[in-house]
Design a binder for this molecule. Sequence first.
Ligand code: FNR
Length: 187
Amino acid sequence: MTIQKIGLLVGSLRAASYSRKVAEELIHLAPSNLQLEIVEIGDLPLYNEDLEQAVPASWHCFRETIRAKDGVVFITPEYNRSVPGLLKNAIDVGSRPYGKSVWNGKPGAVISVTPGGLGAFGANHHLRQSMVFLNVPMMQQPEAYLSHIAVCFNNPQSEERERLDQFLKGFLDAYAAWAVETARKEA
Ligand code: FNR
């Protein structure tokens, strides 16, 4: 059995972030062939090409951490119908210097999260737009738009929470199978 090392990138720094709770739930539910780890992005200086002359240690560490992963899963809230700057910054940092992007070819997936009712659709698809440019194949199905997320985490015994866990398990199984197949094709 091939074990896939997958980086989880969370688009929120909030201590009580629902997106982080979803990432932690993914780690809890992961099948044995997926090794999931949250890659922290909160200490990355804002992307500035001038800094490539003396690369900040946190940029270097982040780039090497992502480079060592077999795939990436983004778990993101939506800010004003788009990707939070925090996550966009991490994507930008990983994408440079030009020609040395750490994202290239890694099987990706996105889960968008909101306490609201529209599934953070805008963030989900803006993120996909950047990934097309960065040559990150993104899993198409199942799509993951998690609406009304507060209900799930505020009521751990509820039907909604049970449904969330069932959905996340199915998502991970689909991602595990698809990531192996995609990596084989990219090799
Ligand atoms: C939001 N929120 C939000 N929600 C949404 O569904 N669509 C949106 O466009 C926005 N826009 C937005 C902008 C900004 C600046 C903030 C701070 C918040 C609400 C957001 O979904 C909510 O705060 C989530 O709880 C944030 O995710 P975490 O931190 O719980 O992971």
